[in-house]
Design a protein around this ligand. Sequence first.
Ligand code: E4P
Length: 283
Amino acid sequence: TRIFLDGADPQETRTVMAALGFLDGQTTNPSLLAKNPEAQAHKVDGNKFSSTAIYDFYKALCQELSAMLPNGSISIEVYADATTTVDNMLRQARSFDTWIPNAHIKLPTTTAGLEAAAVLTGEGRRVNMTLVFSQSQAAAVYAATKGAGRGDVFLSPFIGRLDDRGENGMDLIKDILALYAPGDGHVEVLTASVRSMEHFLCALAQGSDIITAPATVLLAWAAAGKPVPAADYAYAPVGLAPIPAEALPLTKPWQDYAIGHPLTESGLAKFAADWNSLIDMGS
Ligand code: E4P
């Protein structure tokens, strides 16, 4: 299992690397970008970024992270709302790919995002499909990116946000790993929206290919001596309803799987709002 930091503050990256003694990559998103200490100053009217300057800021940040983690992967997320076209996502993705040599382009797991992923992986680019909340979305990602090399496609199921609405998000990780087990291994499962040490240890025990976690969780894990629990690690969240496993074939065309999910929609809207909070909309 590779360990990534979920964040957008290079200082935090330095602290986590020093505490862990390693770091395999970093994931960013628009909400994390909006929390970056330097970005905070741009939330104020009169000091907001223009719609192009925000990309310059994001680019400098990703270049700093990439220089710290030259052998790792840095996930850079496209700006998208419900109306963003495939062409727009492709333009952003191709531009991000010129920023650093080790980018995974984060795309939403929506119809437009999947269409963009199919084109981008066909061009040999790397993607990280985000806002995943169901096995059928995971099957659609597998099908849309078939033919991509191992390591070129990450799938980010969001654990904490399922827990937030009373469902046991860790079930989804278990079920997606089982769904992918008979496959060709071209999609790697990147457990995301990790909120606690329990989540982190359970994802490790289940053998998630990658886990991205906030600095607080990684620092707590380092302080505990980096324990790696056995596969039968007891994880018993109280009050979370189990998510039933779906029996899905991996062989259908991606358009034939159920793609929509309410949390994908609300997650997309929140990312767009956080990005827009930094921008002078008149620019
Ligand atoms: C990372 O790739 C995800 O965008 C992130 O883990 C989401 O976490 P949250 O649900 O805590 O915002």
